[in-house]
Design a protein around this ligand. Structure first.
Ligand SMILES: [Zn+2]
Length: 138
């Protein structure tokens, strides 16, 4: 590890980790693209799951957080999809890796970020990298 540079390990294939975020997002949303493997948390405002690419078997952890906006009733939604190794999947499933520490795996690793703040019409989707916060929504 030599700091958070753009020189990161390659994960996934040309579909699930496509440079073009629109291509990647389409694959992640396709029923034949990236599929749900295990549900780790399934609360209404905090959903964490392990998913796997149907093409290259790359595993991902998906963290979905929703913040209820009582004023405008348009809830803010954030989703982070981070590629993880099979060893990290095992750690997650066994509870050796807590959900709140998943964000630390973002160090030096790209993740597909989808932000839909309260009041936004369309989510903004982009490749992000670096450590991210994992917070339970409310
Ligand atoms: Zn793939």
């Amino acid at each position: 590890m030599v700091g958070d540079t753009t020189e990161s390990v390659r994960f996934g294939c040309a579909a699930c980790c496509a440079e073009d975020v629109v291509v990647a997002q389409a694959h992640h949303q396709s029923p034949t693209g990236v599929r749900l493997e295990s549900m780790l948390r399934d609360d209404s405002h905090f959903i964490v799951s392990v998913q796997r690419c149907g093409l290259c078997s790359q595993a991902f952890v998906s963290v979905f957080t929703e913040y209820v906006d009582w004023v405008s009733s348009r809830d803010a939604q954030y989703r982070t999809v981070l590629p993880i190794t099979d060893a990290e999947v095992d750690d997650l499933m066994a509870g050796r890796l807590s959900l709140h520490r998943v964000g630390a795996l973002g160090h030096n690793r790209r993740h597909l970020q989808s932000d839909c703040p309260s009041g936004a019409d369309e989510p903004s989707v982009y490749w992000d990298s670096g450590v991210f916060g994992v917070h339970e929504g409310h």
